[in-house]
Design a protein around this ligand. Structure first.
Ligand code: SAM
Length: 372
């Protein structure tokens, strides 16, 4: 069945969503899905649950011709809002018995010829079984993309991304996402290397948080000479990321900072309580990676916002063992209230990133209309 969107694109019929998140957080991912889906009239449920992967069914209350466009519109709207989903696509085919002698043929047949996509991503569960498929993906990728290019399916200007999500070598779901409302990285996982000089592996969390910024935001908000306060900075993985970008960091922690990093001359170490320290003048960035109750951190960030101590924030909230979804909602409530009370109305975002473990990343950024 094919469906027309705004007289412009032809879409397949979608059965539901394919959601990727962190293994062990499927309950939170499900809560996230249920929370989003209340804004789309219909019956929505989880049909399959794998490690870090949920398949949902979405039966939308709308005329048939409007269902696929509606779901894509909602994917667009929901994309910045997901907290526990790193990658999301709308499912249009399930292939339960791929011919292992010629998977390409089966895949090509399942991809409607009217579809135009700018990108093809191979995805799996975030598990050892998923990782074991990487050789198969390499073998399939070049041949499949060649064929899709030849038949005109793959073209740079197309607004959609095609997702091939394999549960194992024989089972796959096919999904579609708006290219500007999904991750270019398979399963939303950027490939980051541990940098040689960084003092701690935590550095990857901030690196990833910065990769998730829109390019225009990275350009306008990360500039050499900018002032940063890093609360809970030791030994300095986050501070190191900002120093690499030419920024000047006040690192607040009773713990000691990496010696080589201090020798850069770009870091001032203040041995103080991060809940008490405040800068004399507004700084460009507040970073916060203190291990503390999430709502205490959210309240601290809200104070910094309301007292105009920082223009931008990236922070980690360490999640409790139980009732994580509720705790995250409570923290976001605190932050949204603080943001709404300001004339500049900064944007609050939250997401569990690949390098986040029992935690989520928070961004608070000036709205786009505000100059850099
Ligand atoms: C997860 S580590 C931070 C790692 C750091 N972001 C990095 O990349 O190397 C948490 C740090 O928070 C610090 N911390 C915890 N409570 C604090 C407080 N109230 N004030 C200042 N630092 C605190 C700890 O001393 C510890 O160094």
């Amino acid at each position: 069945m094919t469906i027309l969107v705004s007289n412009k694109f032809i879409l397949p019929a979608f059965s539901g969503l394919i959601l990727h998140g962190r293994p062990g957080f499927e309950t939170e991912l499900e809560a996230d899905f249920i929370y989003r889906s209340t804004t789309l009239a219909g019956t929505h449920s989880i049909t399959e649950r794998h490690e870090g992967l949920l398949i949902t069914s979405c039966s939308i209350d709308a005329p048939i011709s409007e269902r696929s466009p509606l779901l894509l519109q909602h994917l667009q709207q929901w994309w910045p809002q997901w907290i526990f989903a790193r990658q999301v696509s709308a499912c249009f085919a399930f292939l339960p018995a791929l011919n292992t002698q010629d998977r390409i043929q089966d895949l090509i047949q399942a991809i409607p010829s009217f579809l135009h996509v700018c990108d093809v991503v191979f995805e799996s569960t975030d598990s050892n079984e998923g990782k074991s498929l990487s050789r198969l993906f390499k073998a399939l990728e070049a041949r499949l993309t060649d064929q899709l290019r030849q038949q005109g399916t793959l073209r740079a200007s197309a607004p959609f991304r095609l997702h091939l999500v394999f549960r194992d070598g024989q089972t796959a779901w096919l999904g579609l996402s708006p290219a500007d409302a999904s991750s270019p990285w398979p399963m939303g996982i950027p490939r980051l290397k541990m940098p040689g000089g960084a003092p701690s592996r935590s550095t990857l969390k901030l690196d990833e948080a910065l990769q998730w910024l829109r390019e225009e935001d990275r350009i306008r908000l990360l500039k050499p000479g900018m002032k940063v306060v890093d609360l809970g900075a030791a030994p300095g993985g986050w501070t190191w990321q900002m120093v690499q970008r030419g920024m000047l960091v006040t690192a607040v922690d009773h713990g000691s900072m990496d010696k080589a990093l201090m020798q850069s001359g770009m870091v001032e170490h203040v041995s103080a309580d991060g809940f008490v320290y405040r800068p004399r003048k507004t700084v460009d960035w507040l970073l916060c990676d203190m291990v503390e109750q999430p709502r205490r951190i959210a309240q601290l960030l809200a104070q910094w916002l309301q007292q105009n101590h920082a223009r931008c924030i990236i922070a980690n909230l360490k999640l409790p063992m139980k009732r994580r979804w509720e705790e995250v909602q409570l923290c976001l409530d605190i932050l949204h209230k603080a943001a709404r009370s300001l004339p500049s109305a900064p944007v609050v975002r939250a997401r569990q990133l690949y390098h986040d473990r029992e935690e989520i990343t928070i961004w608070v950024l000036p709205s786009r209309s505000e100059g850099s």
